[in-house]
Design a protein around this ligand. Sequence first.
Ligand code: ATP
Ligand code: MG
Length: 313
Amino acid sequence: MHKILTIGEILVEIIATEKGDGFRKATPLIGPFPSGAPAIFIDQAGKLGQPCAIISRVGGDDFGTVNLERLKRDGVDISGIEVDPLATTGSAFVRYRPDGSRAFVFNIRDSACGKITLDERMTRLVGECSHVHVMGSSLYAPSVVESILAAIGIVKAGGGTVSFDPNLRPEILKSPGMREALLTVLAETDLFLPSGDELFLFTEAKTESQAVAELLASGIKAVVVKRGAAGASYFDAGAALSLPGFPVEEIDPTGAGDCFGATFVSFWLNGASPREALEFAAASGARAVMHFGPMEGASTRAELERFISEQQA
Ligand code: ATP
Ligand code: MG
């Protein structure tokens, strides 16, 4: 069976309970919630029973423990998470603006996961994996970029595959070397999972079909475009299909793309048809937004099956 690897940030998320623009005045908060895009992704994969691992670092603090316990409980191999007693676990403060957009204060680069290296033990773990998933948000520091590119090299040399979700936040796009790193990962990508306009990040194309055609011609095997509440579309050389979003009440959109991605990748790797993978992924994204907290809405396969059959009833 395939084993999925991801490498990147592990954080706690602390959420303002009242909408507003940023954090310049005292405001009520709730948290810590386990978070970090690759952590949410891998937690969702683990919940599906998919063998999976994450390489990252946390501090020897409660914020680290919150994440380690959740990932372990949900079936993720956490042997690649190093606990650094001298460092602090990453964090993100998030506040929703009235228009639905989000303001973040991140502590990632200077946190425990700001440095990730593939030592001998980590390299052995990479060798157990047949698929790497890359979050663009994880390309925040040179050591992490280096580790991700090295892991891609090892997995691809063994005949494995790569999926890539650009997952870009404006706050992160300014990181030095970010664009070059994104392009390097894209060149190794088999399955590309952009959200909305991220489809156009790496192309001059003006229309969606031109952009998709260009990406597929460059060697990418499949493109899945995420469209929030409006659903998602799948494209490969021979097929194009779209599914609407499931009609649900959105409580907290954070984590939808990560849960969607993990579910799509798990089904895709295990030989599901694009339609089945897209339907389960859309169910996973929809269930994610129904729960408050980034990782709180991750689903088991039984929960997805029940949700889909309830929706069809
Ligand atoms: P993230 O904010 O986690 O990075 P994203 O922008 O990568 O998310 P979205 O498009 O927001 O990804 O969500 C992924 C998928 O989840 C969508 O394609 C859709 O299938 C489902 N989804 C997201 N929001 C909703 C919603 N409000 N109602 C129903 N389904 C949703
Ligand atoms: Mg979104």
